[in-house]
Design a protein around this ligand. Structure first.
Ligand code: AKG
Ligand code: FE2
Length: 345
């Protein structure tokens, strides 16, 4: 049985299988930039007179930077704090209780694992482990999954259930604003494209040498769109113009990351930024990621309204399950999977 990192008794030195090969190391861990250039968009304005301006900011951020942060998003600060506190408590529970949720089966309502979900079983390859534990809750429809969620800490179902409902409303609002801005028909993202919702909670303990480990390997999110609720400990970085840029933790903000499916649906107008998580020498770090994921059977293709003689079709349509199966095989080469569906000119 895996020993969860959150139950390690003390960490004096880094176990060998967590040490990255030299070319994968972060070296000097501070990112080259603090991420001040990442737009912070105030959603309060979208609800009143400034809707068009908010939409303009979102599109500019997605097209020029790749991601953005949102404040005044409508999810209450108390709920965000309560949910964060509850998950910190969850990770401090005894190993015996948490062991009930350890699994790598994708179809469970709640799964807990350590390092990464995919461990490539190639005996010739040295396994690299990542410095994290992760708890994944399926959230939609809530009543189907709630019975499989933990009962402890007290209030788990109520707090996390409310959080996931509020996050659904918020991310739907983000999708409405994006659709309006791109000129995609209203309601495009309702239904199959947002059928699955996961709440993925990452927990990283302090690491004696952040320069040789990673909390989360570099990756693009394979889904439609992600909202990350960071705690106040930095760690998230994204890659732009040849450098890693830190995403500054802002109190009660969400970081919005368009996933690979958005790149296809927007017919190449959006990127899906590559990102990673570095470890911290002295602090625990907990983050809550809400993921909208298309159902396995949904068809993904560029939105018809975004294809024109000036913007020719870039990808052929595919079924999400086929994409995801390929993705799970070769997670290290994110772009290679999308290349399978690229229309060659
Ligand atoms: O923990 C973070 O800040 C980001 C996590 C992430 O990128 C992911 O879960 O896909
Ligand atoms: Fe991610």
């Amino acid at each position: 049985m895996e020993v969860l990192m959150s139950n390690w008794s003390s960490v004096q030195s880094i176990p060998e299988n967590y040490v990255l090969p030299p070319h994968k190391r972060t070296g000097k861990v501070t990112a080259n930039s603090t991420g001040k250039e990442i737009p912070v968009i105030d959603f309060e304005k979208a609800d009143c007179h400034d809707r068009d301006e908010t939409i303009r900011q979102i599109l500019k951020a997605c097209q020029e930077i790749g991601l953005f942060q949102v404040v005044n998003h409508g999810v209450s600060k108390e709920l965000m704090d309560d949910t964060m506190k509850l998950f910190k408590e969850f990770f401090s529970l005894p190993a015996e209780y948490k062991a009930n949720f350890i699994s790598k089966a994708r179809d469970k309502g709640c799964i807990l694992y350590t390092s990464s979900f995919v461990n490539h079983d190639d005996p010739n390859k040295k396994e690299i482990r990542y410095w994290r534990d992760c708890l994944v809750n399926k959230c939609n429809p809530l009543e189907d999954h709630l019975p499989f969620w933990p009962q402890t800490p007290t209030g788990y179902h109520e707090v996390v259930g409310t959080y996931s409902v509020e996050m659904r409303k918020f991310l739907m609002k983000v999708l409405d604003l994006i659709s309006e801005g791109l000129g995609i028909e209203a309601g495009y993202f309702e239904g199959d494209l947002t059928r699955e919702q996961l709440l993925s909670v990452n927990h990283h303990i302090p690491c004696p040498d952040p320069s040789v480990t990673l909390g989360h390997p570099e990756h693009r999110d394979p889904n439609l769109i992600t909202a990350i609720h960071q705690c106040d400990v930095p760690g998230l970085q994204f890659f732009k113009d040849g450098q890693w840029i830190g995403v500054e933790p802002l109190p009660h903000a969400f970081v919005i990351i368009p996933g690979v499916q958005f790149r296809v649906i927007s017919n190449g107008k959006f990127t899906s930024p590559k990102h990673r998580v570095v470890t911290h020498a002295t602090e625990h770090r907990t983050t809550l990621g809400t993921f909208f994921i298309p159902s396995d059977v949904s068809t993904i293709e560029p939105a018809k309204s975004l294809v024109s003689p000036l913007s020719p079709l870039l990808y052929r349509s595919y079924v999400y399950r086929d994409f995801f199966n390929e993705w799970m095989k070769q997670v290290a080469e994110d772009d290679a999977v999308l290349d399978l569906y690229k229309i060659q000119d």
